[in-house]
Design a protein around this ligand. Structure first.
Ligand SMILES: [Zn+2]
Length: 448
């Protein structure tokens, strides 16, 4: 089953599923709580009970003082679990006890009213059965990034860069063996470096190495970093190996722009099914559906950002579709962050595959995406950001320089008042050797 189908189905099935989890006696046997873990992502606090088997449970809140209670009708806290971790995030403390009737009660002390959710997950890889309790602030405001910054200080723009796939999920594979996960990691890291070098902008990579990350975690990471834009980077594959070129997508709730876009969304979403479907992802998917209220605002921002990136990609290579496409990608389903997904090229096409494997082309792709993103933000600077201040006085522009006989890197750097390192990075020149006639991109510092 694809992620897309699931999302459609979840709307109808979830209440039933929830009732099943909370009310049905799944197991009468005693469950052992082996350990208790806690983590805070900034937007929510998660408490995980590691169990030796699945169980039913009751979850409820009490006030005065505010508490969240988890009851296991037949449970035992092991000595390890009874060590209880220190509180984090919304949880100020955890306690619990085995009770004389054979049940176990675990209490999460919270300093404010919270919205709890719970679900059980079966074993996957490193973890066994788990009961997960997520706590969100009761009145969590949905932050729309176009609102003025309450602090009035100039903050950096945060751009979440999301190299697709990773770890056990290789993504698409080229005929010569190039893996999508490896190519997009390279492009993503180069893009992040360019963003970090730009005044007023900061990158947040969802993965920095070859690790597997669930789609929802990628979005959570962006949200915890308070990202202003989310860019997911992929490389497409198609049965027809002649097809090549880049495509830029934004999320659509209404369905895909075309059939190919829908099939692609199904394939990219299915990445999250590697290693088995987890309830956790479904649960968070539902949360996203509920938070859809501000989606329309970020959809038009996503379209604008996508347009600018597409414009830049058009300069460097083949484009499959001239317009930004819409498709129901799970990874883009953020209620509050404008998001785009870039299929940089078709790894199934041999020209595109060799391009994707080339450091120089990766650099050009990263540069094109970067320039597109920067243009977008200079057109639509969120108030309260450094870029909003800068945008009042100048617009960054590209300068190209054709290398002439006798040029040196330090000479060119000096002429443009740009550090040699930045020219090297922008053009991927490892040493000092220059090729006469080659066009150099000169990164522009803030020249008014
Ligand atoms: Zn992909």
């Amino acid at each position: 089953m694809t992620g897309f189908d699931e999302r459609m189905l979840m709307k109808g099935l979830f209440p039933g599923l929830l009732a099943l989890l909370l009310c049905t006696q799944l197991q009468a046997a005693t469950v052992r709580v082996q350990t208790i873990r806690i983590a805070d992502t900034g937007s929510q606090t998660r408490v995980v009970l590691d169990l030796d088997r699945t169980t039913d449970h009751k979850l409820f809140t009490l006030s005065n003082p505010h508490r969240v209670v988890v009851d296991l009708p037949a449970g035992i806290l092991t000595a390890q679990a009874a060590l209880f971790p220190d509180g984090q995030g919304l949880v100020s403390g955890i306690r619990g006890a085995n009770r004389s009737d054979g049940s176990t009660r675990i209490v999460l002390d919270v300093g404010q009213p919270v919205r709890p959710r719970s679900f059980v997950i079966g074993p996957d890889g490193e973890h066994g059965h788990r009961l997960v309790v997520d706590l969100l602030p009761l009145d969590q405001p949905v932050v729309v990034k176009t609102m003025p910054d309450a602090l009035g200080s100039d903050r950096d723009l945060v751009i979440a860069v999301d190299p697709g796939h990773g770890g056990k999920d290789p993504g698409a594979r080229g005929r010569s063996g190039l893996l999508e996960k490896d190519a997009v990691l390279q492009i993503g890291r180069r893009l992040a470096r360019k963003i970090d070098q730009e005044p007023g902008m900061r990158a947040a990579l969802t993965r920095k190495d070859d690790s597997f990350i669930h789609l929802r975690e990628r979005m959570e990471h962006a949200r915890s970093q308070q990202a202003d834009l989310f860019i997911s980077i992929h490389a497409d594959a198609f049965r027809d190996r002649r097809i090549r070129g880049a495509t830029v997508y934004v999320l659509s709730d209404k369905g895909a722009t075309d059939e190919a876009a829908l099939r692609l969304a199904e394939r990219e979403n299915a990445a999250d099914l590697v290693g088995g479907v987890t309830l956790r992802d479904k649960d968070q998917m539902l949360a996203s559906v509920l938070l859809d209220l501000s989606q329309n605002a970020s959809l038009s921002s996503s379209m604008d950002a996508g347009d600018q990136v597409l414009d830049e990609l058009r300069r460097i290579g083949k484009i499959r579709k001239l317009q930004v496409q819409q498709a129901p990608f799970i990874v883009l389903k953020s209620p509050d962050i404008p998001s785009i997904l870039i299929e940089t090229a078709f790894i199934s096409n041999r020209y595109d595959e060799s391009n994707l494997g080339s450091v120089q082309y990766q650099e050009r792709l990263a540069h094109a995406i970067f320039v597109g993103v920067r243009s977008y933000f200079y057109d639509h600077p969120p108030p309260g950001t450094k870029v909003a201040t800068l945008a009042r006085t100048y617009r960054p522009r590209e300068v190209q320089y054709v290398i002439r006989r006798g040029d040196t890197l330090s000479g060119i750097a000096n002429r443009y008042q740009v550090p040699v390192r930045r020219i090297r990075d922008a053009n991927h020149i490892p040493g000092d050797k220059l090729v006469i006639g080659r066009v150099l991109l000169i990164p522009q510092p803030h020249d008014i």
